[in-house]
Design a protein around this ligand. Structure first.
Ligand code: FES
Length: 637
């Protein structure tokens, strides 16, 4: 077998070894450098451009690269195969951005007052506990078995009544030694769910608290919280890109990859399990813990992410009539999933409602407490899909509208996620077209995030640079150099190259504007369709709760001005950040919350927007700033 080759990635100068035939896209992921992959390595999207500085790779496709780019060494990472040592530069625009963005909630202080109130309301009764037990040693006259001795004591201490206490074979096998080595003073880890109590670990007696993991499995990012199950405190947290990104940016391209054959399904499953395990390992080291200290995990993800995490074939999710394999997921021992926690600890995945309303939305809905009051609440999670839930204690309806990746930075020339260097606010002088920017972390601008995009559209409209369908007004009276036509588009310069972090002009193009209008149109049309279905008027909604990293920075007024959000009083909007992981923490800490999550899955009615003309009609009407029906936006003039 040929020895591995050395691949050096620039500008980090990070060197890894890779086998012949490995694509540069995979090798970069191995080096923890995550490259965009919009088409799932098909060579058609052009998102994965790299520059080969030295070496002679095998190039199997060049997509739409121009002869000039090729002569400069530009290649598509997914189409370039290693067959020798190489040095490769990964430009900024080809990279998924750095990790700190993922931890937005964490940096802001993970939990809000409402999270503590909610735990109090549901009741603190975690899915796993730890119990210190002192047993009397057996004698010739008191000779009950080890397991009977232990289980009787557990029943006595916990007053379990009829609830069965069980022990898996792997723990039973170690029981005699564990009891005797500890001189009959042991700590037992227990899972406690509806159908009984299970002993998942027996160790020498100690007073360490039990820990659990709340996991948010996002399509783009994965976040893990370490939760002290005794106190409810989030002790540590880690976040990273989902390593599945190398198989495609969105769920559809990943499904296409996964269903090719059993090996690829396993490969994509391992990618997300590895992502989670690396985060767990970092926490272990930081907190000086061992895998055996983690006694439960709750994972929230969309339906595709959940199926891929468990290795369940997701093919029918993308084929009409879009049926998931399961909506309720049995709790599974960690050893069967491959997580680096106590092998017999249970991994609980949130139930989903349908193929495109998943466990992350159930988790978020639980955090909003939407289903426990008379008031009608609208819950929106804005990402690649806009998932919408509407209802109260009596009824719940939900839908998913394909917003496209614009608000997460995809499909936008200088789009990026909300992280340092992202433009989040734009001010444009309507007379001169001069621009003032607010950039996250006050660095030089390198791109624009979703909230910046919303703000930008609103200001472009206000300054008369675009009209109400998003066309650029090239004859604008200011006659500014910022407004210019290129060979294939029109654009407005937000930051000149000498004031930009990437060393080139940061622009928004007419195409970017149209993509954003389509994205906001889809979300608003989804809201209207749900409201129409249940005959609820906008003013009957008491609160609109918005989740997702994008929502954290969103300006309500601008969102209304462009017709993304309904035109109601600003006080009725609320932003809750990463609701999915907050729900996972809550479920970990409260059996009642976990029960509620399962009930929510049963109770929520899913509305398929592609059935019937309503959504399409609403969508077409919403492809206007703010909307073709101005009466829906009385505050916009
Ligand atoms: S061209 Fe799309 S991932 Fe490489």
């Amino acid at each position: 077998m040929m020895p591995p080759f050395q691949i050096k990635f620039m500008p980090e100068s990070r060197i890894i070894e890779a086998e012949s035939g490995t694509s540069l896209l995979h090798a970069a992921a191995q080096a923890e450098i995550f490259i965009k992959s919009g088409c799932g390595s098909k060579g058609s999207c052009g998102a994965c451009k790299v520059v080969v500085l030295s070496g002679e790779p095998l190039v199997i496709g060049t997509g739409s690269l121009t002869p000039e780019q090729l002569s400069e060494g530009v290649r598509l990472a997914c189409q370039t195969m290693i067959q020798g040592d190489m040095t490769v530069e990964v430009p900024l625009e080809s990279r998924l951005k750095e990790h700190q963005v993922l931890m937005g909630d964490v940096q802001k202080g993970i939990l809000q007052e409402s999270d503590h109130d909610l735990l109090e309301k549901f009741g603190h009764q975690p899915l796993a506990t730890k119990l210190r037990i002192s047993l009397s040693a057996p004698t010739l006259t008191e000779n009950t078995s080890d397991w009977a001795r232990l289980s009787m004591e557990i029943r006595r201490v916990l007053k379990t009544g009829e609830k069965p206490v069980d022990i898996p074979l792997s723990v039973l096998k170690n029981l005699p030694e564990a009891l005797r080595k500890a001189n009959w003073d042991v700590s037992v880890t227990l899972t406690d769910i509806d159908n009984g109590i299970t002993v998942t670990h027996v160790e020498a007696g100690n007073d360490n608290p039990p820990y659990g993991l709340a996991i948010d499995i996002g399509t783009t990012t994965v976040v893990v919280y370490l939760v002290n199950l005794s106190t409810g405190e989030v002790v540590d947290q880690q976040g990273s890109y989902n390593k599945q990104a190398k198989f495609g940016d969105d769920v559809i391209t990943r499904i296409v990859y996964a269903v090719e054959n059993a090996e690829q399904l396993q490969e994509i499953r391992i990618a997300v399990v590895d992502t989670i395990n690396e985060l767990i390992d970092k926490i272990l080291v930081r907190q000086s813990l061992t895998c055996n200290d983690f006694s439960a995990a709750v994972a929230a993800g969309n339906t595709t992410m959940t199926q891929l995490f468990l290795g369940v074939d997701p093919r029918y999710i993308r084929l009409e009539p879009y049926i998931p394999t399961m909506t309720n997921v049995p709790s599974i021992p960690a050893k069967d999933v491959g997580l680096h926690i106590l092998p017999e600890a249970l991994v609980h995945c949130f139930p989903s409602v349908a193929s495109y309303v998943g466990g992350d939305i159930i988790s978020g809905t639980m955090v909003t407490d939407l289903a426990n009051g008379e008031d009608i609440i609208l819950f929106i999670d804005i990402g690649t899909n806009g998932e919408i839930v509407l209802g109260n204690t009596d009824w719940l309806v939900s839908c998913a509208c394909s917003a496209g990746p614009s608000f997460e930075g995809g499909g936008i020339t200088f789009g990026m996620r909300a992280m340092p260097g992202a433009i989040e606010r734009v001010v444009i002088d309507p007379e001169t077209l001069d621009v003032a920017l607010k950039v996250i972390s006050k660095t030089l601008p390198v791109g624009i995030c979703g909230s910046g995009l919303v703000d930008c559209l609103s200001k472009l409209l206000e300054a008369g640079i675009i009209d109400r369908v998003g066309n650029f007004q090239m004859g604008h009276s200011a006659n500014s150099a910022r407004l210019r036509a290129t060979s294939d588009d029109k654009e407005f310069v937000l930051a000149w190259a000498d004031q930009a972090g990437g060393g080139k002009d940061v622009v928004i193009t007419e195409n970017d504007v149209k993509n954003t209008i389509r994205a906001k149109g889809a979300i608003y049309a989804g809201i209207r369709t749900l409201l129409n279905m249940v005959s609820v008027e906008m003013d009957m909604i008491s609160r609109i709760i918005i989740a997702g990293g994008f929502g954290n920075y969103l300006n309500v007024q601008d969102s209304v001005q462009i017709g993304l959000l309904p035109d109601i009083e600003e006080e009725r909007f609320e932003f809750i950040g990463n609701a999915s992981i907050k729900g996972a923490r809550l479920a970990l800490l409260s059996q009642n919350a976990w029960r509620e999550a399962k009930e929510l899955g049963q109770k929520m009615t899913y509305v398929e927007l592609s059935v019937g003309p309503t959504f399409m009609d609403e969508y077409v009407s919403a492809l206007f700033l703010p909307h073709t029906d101005f009466s829906l936006f009385p505050s916009c003039t």
